[in-house]
Design a protein around this ligand. Structure first.
Ligand SMILES: [Mn+2]
Length: 343
C-alpha cells in the first residue's frame, strides 16, 4: 500500500512541539534588522500555514534605518511593540536571529522558549533552552535557514513573505558577497524567483529626511584613519543606525582593512565592526576591544556590540571612546600610528 509521503524538514521537531498551542509569540533582538524581521515574518507564515495557530511578532526598541521602516510599511509586516503585547495570551515562544543570553535580547519573563533559530556564535554563558535549537554559524542569514525549512517542506509562499526573507538575506550577506554558504545561495535564488521586485526596489532606496545627510557630514568629520584601520567615534548620536551605515560606507575607502564605528544612543554605546578580507574575524576583534564589557555578536567580517554607559556626559563618552580605540589599535598593531583625518 502506498501512503502519502510527508516532506521532512529540520523544523519538524519545533512544529511538533508547537502543535496544539493557542497563540505563538515570535521575538528577536532589540532594534530589529531586516534579517530578524524577515525571519520573524517567515516563521509566522510557516507556523500559521502548517499548524493553523495565530502568531504575533513582538519587538523591543526601534526600527531606525529608512530602508527597514520602508520594509515594514511596504510589506505590511505588522510588528507589535513590546509595550502593546499582552504576554499572558501566548503559550508559545520562538526566538529568531538571536539567542537567549545575548545582552541585546530581552524575552518576556517566565515564558519558556520553544525554539531558537539563529546564525550567530552562541553567547559565552549559554543557557541552553530545552526546546528546539537550530543555530548554524556557517550560514549568512537567519532568513536562509527559515527559507530552507520552506524549501524542504515544498511550500509555496506569497510574494510578501518571499520579499521579506530575500531582503533579510540580501542585507546580512551583502547580496551573497560575505559570510555566504550553499544554503544562502539556494535560498536567495529560490526567493528571488518569488519576490515582488517593485516592492524590493522601494525598500532598497527609500526617500531620506534632511537630517540624515547632516548626520553623515558629522560622521565624516569625526572619522580618523590609523593606517589600515578606520575609526569613527561619533559621541552622542540621534540615530544609532548611522553607526552601522558609516561602517558600511567607510569600508570602501582605499587601503582600508578594518572599520570600527561607535556612537551613544539612550545611554548605550553602539559599536559596528567591518572587515574587508574574507578571513577576518569581527567577533574576535570585538572580544579584544570590549574586554568583557557590554555584549557583542558577529559572524565573519561583520560584527556589532553595545556597552551600557555609566557616565553619559560628553566627558564620560569621550573617556569610553578613548579606551575602546586604544584597545582596538593595540589589537590591530596600529597603536604607534598617527591618525589622519578623513575629511
Ligand atoms: Mn542575522
Amino acid at each position: 500500500m502506498q501512503g502519502i509521503v510527508q516532506a521532512k524538514s529540520r523544523v519538524d521537531p519545533l512544529l511538533e512541539r508547537l502543535r496544539g498551542k493557542k497563540r505563538v509569540l515570535i521575538m528577536s533582538h532589540t532594534n530589529p534588522d531586516p534579517d530578524s524581521m524577515g525571519g520573524g515574518f517567515g516563521m509566522r507564515y510557516l507556523i500559521e500555514q502548517r499548524l493553523e495557530i495565530p502568531t504575533t511578532f513582538g519587538y523591543r526598541g526601534n526600527i531606525f534605518r529608512a530602508e527597514n521602516v520602508e520594509m515594514v510599511n511596504t510589506l505590511g509586516l505588522g510588528l507589535v511593540p513590546e509595550g502593546e503585547l499582552n504576554v499572558g495570551r501566548f503559550d508559545g515562544l520562538v526566538v529568531v536571529d538571536t539567542q537567549p543570553g545575548f545582552g541585546h535580547t530581552k524575552l518576556p519573563e517566565g515564558m519558556v522558549v520553544d525554539g531558537v533559530i539563529d546564525h550567530h556564535v552562541p553567547p559565552p554563558k549559554t543557557v541552553k533552552p530545552d526546546g528546539f535549537v537550530d543555530v548554524r554559524t556557517n550560514v549568512g542569514a537567519t532568513c536562509s535557514i527559515i527559507a530552507g525549512y520552506m524549501m524542504e517542506l515544498g511550500m509555496e509562499i506569497p510574494s510578501r513573505v518571499a520579499t521579506a526573507l530575500f531582503y533579510g538575506i540580501r542585507t546580512d550577506t551583502a547580496d551573497l558577497s560575505r559570510n555566504t554558504s550553499k544554503l544562502d545561495e539556494d535560498a536567495y535564488l529560490w526567493l528571488m524567483a518569488r519576490c515582488d521586485r517593485s516592492a524590493l526596489a522601494r525598500i532598497s532606496s527609500p526617500t531620506l529626511p534632511k537630517d540624515y545627510f547632516s548626520a553623515f557630514r558629522t560622521a565624516m568629520n569625526a572619522t580618523r584613519i590609523y593606517g589600515k584601520v578606520i575609526v569613527c567615534s561619533l559621541g552622542q548620536t540621534s540615530n544609532p543606525q548611522i553607526v552601522a551605515e558609516m561602517a558600511d560606507l567607510l569600508l570602501r575607502l582605499h587601503g582600508c582593512e578594518w572599520v570600527v564605528t561607535g556612537g551613544l544612543y539612550d545611554d548605550i554605546y553602539f559599536i559596528s565592526v567591518r572587515a574587508r578580507d574574507y578571513d577576518r574575524d569581527a567577533w574576535a576583534l570585538l572580544d579584544s576591544v570590549l574586554k568583557g564589557e557590554g555584549s557583542f555578536g558577529g559572524h565573519g567580517t561583520v560584527g556589532g556590540g553595545s556597552v551600557p554607559i555609566k557616565d553619559p556626559s560628553p566627558r564620560g563618552v569621550r573617556r569610553l571612546e578613548r579606551k575602546l580605540v586604544r584597545n582596538l589599535l593595540d589589537a590591530l598593531g596600529e597603536s604607534q600610528t598617527t591618525p589622519v583625518s578623513l575629511a
